[in-house]
Design a protein around this ligand. Structure first.
Ligand code: SF4
Length: 486
């Protein structure tokens, strides 16, 4: 989300006449796009601010200027503290105030400290085309904010109420990205599958995909009408059938069968679902105000696997939430074992001000217990992910190449349909245009990789050929050996 926010802010600033530099020594303005979801993310920013204010003081001595700005969730949450403690911060802009950045910076250049942290009920930056900087993959924001009010989460307070970007502007951006040669688009939102476009009158009677997953409920009154996520996903995937479509981060409550069937049927929608569980204990899920039980979650996992065989699943877990007993913790470990996720994001709970938990619950699990439970979670997750990922050994995976592997310049890496990292040695392959030449595999290529080993983090294999998304889908019914030959 912050990568996309940076691209939006940058687009606005570029129109305002600013030039971007990646060299700190060249910068007249430094803007930090921040996250408040965990204490650690905020601590990183406080440390960075200390370094930057030291640099600013040095510049003042040299009679040159450096303006410092804090953008995003931390600006929203800690405006007063930032103004009070970090006297050298010049600009503070919340997630809905990026359009105001040129004005805020003009004030700062005039010697004032400027801030805007107003949250909006409408702002989606629909007409701001972000400046994409991430190669062959791009993020497209489709909705902002969250109405769920999970008791541990600060997002509804920093990013405001849920609102969806009009479908027409999303399709325009996806189409523009396709023209630019982008091969993969990730639709973004705090609750991406709660998407509900009410910008046009004819959407008010649409009910497609408006049902909740079975056994799930909301803390707010069910919203009627509007163009829903199923319809949006359908339209986005038709823009360019050779472009991969992913989406994140969804809420498990918004997976009616229609959306699952669409994912199964549509060739270019990745068979990958992020399904944040947070806990495996129904009692803790209730205090978290997640709107489902362990049993309903497991029933949803079964339904997803029934409709989308071979789907890759990922999840988020918080350990050590208020009142979590050893029995609750064991329930979370057993959920991890029962589901067997391919990818997991596991964290120890840190209490955030303003949240329901802050006002009503006790952060009563000692730090060392949280740490020990986190380590147990990580260990079980790795064991299970290792098993699940190992089932892919011997298969041929369609991989979008991202570039050089971080570990070795001899290897390239990319992602398969399930969003798992795939590493393979560099290789020249026959050119797609002539029979006689070979060309090196490069970032942005779709290649077929035969998987030879796996662990909980990634897959390794040998590249066996170039392909395209449409060619590969046709080859899915061909036995593996024949794919390897071609
Ligand atoms: S659904 Fe819950 S965890 Fe996710 S952003 Fe909203 S309040 Fe936070």
């Amino acid at each position: 989300m912050n990568v996309n926010d940076t691209e939006i802010a940058w687009s606005i600033l570029q129109k305002g006449g600013y030039l971007r530099t990646s060299e700190l020594s060249e910068a007249d303005v430094v803007l930090l796009v921040t996250c408040s979801v965990r204490e650690k993310a905020e601590q990183t920013i406080w440390n960075r601010l200390k370094q930057l204010t030291a640099l600013k003081t040095k510049r003042l001595k040299d009679k040159t200027q450096l303006k410092i700005g804090v953008l995003g969730c931390m600006a929203e949450r800690l405006k007063a503290e930032l103004l009070e403690k970090e006297k050298l911060v010049d600009v503070i802009a919340g997630p809905d105030a990026y359009r105001d950045l040129p004005r805020l910076l003009t004030l700062a250049h005039g010697g004032q400290r400027a801030s805007n942290v107003l949250l909006s009920l409408e702002e989606t930056y629909a007409d701001v085309m972000p400046i994409h900087t991430s190669g062959h993959s791009a993020f497209v924001s489709i909705m902002r904010g969250c109405d769920n009010m999970c008791s541990f989460c600060v997002v509804p307070f920093t990013r405001g109420r849920e609102r969806s970007r009009p479908v027409s502007s999303i399709l325009e951006e996806v189409s523009m990205l396709s023209d630019q040669g982008v091969k993969e688009v990730t639709l973004l939102g705090q609750n991406v599958n709660s998407y509900r476009d009410v910008s046009e009158a004819q959407f008010s009677c649409s009910e497609l995909g408006s049902r909740l997953s079975r056994g799930f409920s909301t803390v707010y009154r069910a919203k009627q009408g509007g163009l829903r996520f199923t319809e949006l996903l359908d339209r986005v995937s038709l823009v360019d059938p050779t472009m991969r479509i992913r989406f994140t981060s969804p809420h498990p409550k918004d997976f009616p069968d229609e959306v699952l069937q669409l994912i199964q049927e549509r060739k270019n929608i990745c068979k990958q679902i992020h399904l944040p569980a947070q806990s495996g204990s129904s009692r803790i899920l209730q205090t978290m105000r997640r709107g489902y039980t362990r049993e309903a979650y497991l029933e949803l996992v079964d339904n997803i696997r029934k409709i989308i065989p071979g789907v890759s699943l990922s999840s988020d877990f918080i350990t050590g939430f208020c009142g979590e007993t050893e029995e609750d913790h064991q329930q979370t470990l057993s959920l991890l074992r029962e589901v067997g996720y391919n990818i997991g994001f596991l964290f120890a709970y840190s209490m955030r001000k303003k949240t329901h938990a802050y006002h009503r619950l006790q952060d009563d699990i000692p730090a060392e217990v949280k740490q020990r439970r986190l380590e147990e979670l990580i260990s079980v997750f790795r064991e299970e992910a290792n098993k699940v990922n190992s089932t892919l050994i011997g298969s041929t995976q369609l991989v979008l190449v991202e570039g050089e592997s971080k570990r070795s310049c001899q290897d390239l890496c990319g992602r398969n349909d399930g969003n798992l990292k795939v590493i393979f040695p560099r290789k020249d392959l026959p050119s797609e245009t002539t029979d006689s030449r070979t060309v090196p595999v490069k970032a942005g290529d779709y290649v077929l990789v035969k998987i030879t080993s796996a662990n909980s983090q990634s897959l390794r294999g040998q590249v066996i050929g170039h392909t395209s998304l449409s060619d590969h889908r046709k080859s899915e019914t061909i036995p593996d050996e024949q794919v390897a030959v071609c």
